[in-house]
Design a protein around this ligand. Sequence first.
Ligand SMILES: [Zn+2]
Length: 444
Amino acid sequence: MKIGLEIHVQLPTRSKMFCSCPSTGAEGPNEHICPGCMGMPGTRPSLNKAAVEIGIKLARLLNCTVPDVIWFNRKIYFYPDLCRHYQITQYETPIGRNGVYHLGKKPIGITEAHLEEDPGSMTKSGDGALIDYNRSGMPLVEIVTDPDISSPAEAREFLTSLLKDIRHVIDLPDDGERSIRCDCNISVGKERCEVKNVSGLKNVERALTYEAVRQTKVLQSGGKIVRETRHYDEERKVTTAARKKEFAGDYAYVLEPNLGVINVKGIAGDIVTKESPQGMVSRFQKEFGIEEKMAKQIINTSMKLAELFEHIARKADTENAVKWVAGPISSNWKILESQMPGRTDGLTDIIIQYKNKMINDVECSMRLKAFITGGTLSDMEKNGADLDALIRKAVSDNPSVIDDYRKNEKAANRVIGAVMKQTGGAYSSSDIVEATKRILDEML
Ligand SMILES: [Zn+2]
């Protein structure tokens, strides 16, 4: 089975792509429109540079080659939601080409990523249709993958991971309005069908699954798959044939003369691209030699936690970064997150003391907890629950003590001595003796 996706991502610019209409906040239909995005005669588009900048960031995220110069084309077709009767898009010089996205170990080829404007939106109403041009002229990047995806579930996994990276790299807000739309190409045998305009990750998986089953049944019964465009009916959860597949040749493309040639090289030089979560997972594996699962666990918790991990791994070492970040720091992350990166150095210092054997691991754990919760060490030490934790730790460091204690109560002294040494007078000896006996009795 071969699946390729065409993914439309709406870009988070403040204004539309070729005019100054705002891109968000319309309360009703046809509020954010002007003669430009309505395609009135005599108007000329002017390019929103922010859209090109975001396009470059996405192209880099997808490891694409970004050309030095780009230009735009008019894709000419008739449809009521497109009142100019052509869409401004990129045909010859996509902003990115020949990229690859690594889904774990699997590379998914990226044919290209190009900039284009969205048409308006049309809803059927009785015998006619209602058209809202608020969306007309909104900036998009269309990402076209190679047919490298091998199942509907993998398509969903790819989109989930990609969307997460996209949101992070271009600060895309997590809202439904701006979520992605996909055209899904799928072939079970030789011929493929395209399911147009599916929105939402769940629907992409469902539409592809339906289509895979349908195509398989047609082939099994000796039929032939007809190359066609299909629609996904969200309510009935089926795909239905629409018009005959349009080939690129069915559209007329001409140069858009009003925008000229854009110097991307000049713009690209000034753009700093944030590292994506998926990129960070690969780098952590390579740079710190940690397992993919561990890298993902840290990075998926929070990018800030990942930055803290990196800091500790560089200042102390990887082993301690894993031990303390995946342990006590992760489990108190809710408290810490809002205070980062301000407290990075304090946490790192405690771990360096442990690395240099100035404190043992119970002390290190207590100090980290105290530092995170803003309490002092003595507060923690006075807390009975933590005395119990220290005793349990001393027992588990020395497991033979339980059997010895069964034979002779004096064996408890080994634990009592160890705990007294660690806490250095913070607890009275009678408290330690009493608690140790209670805990050992429970363990018998
Ligand atoms: Zn406008």
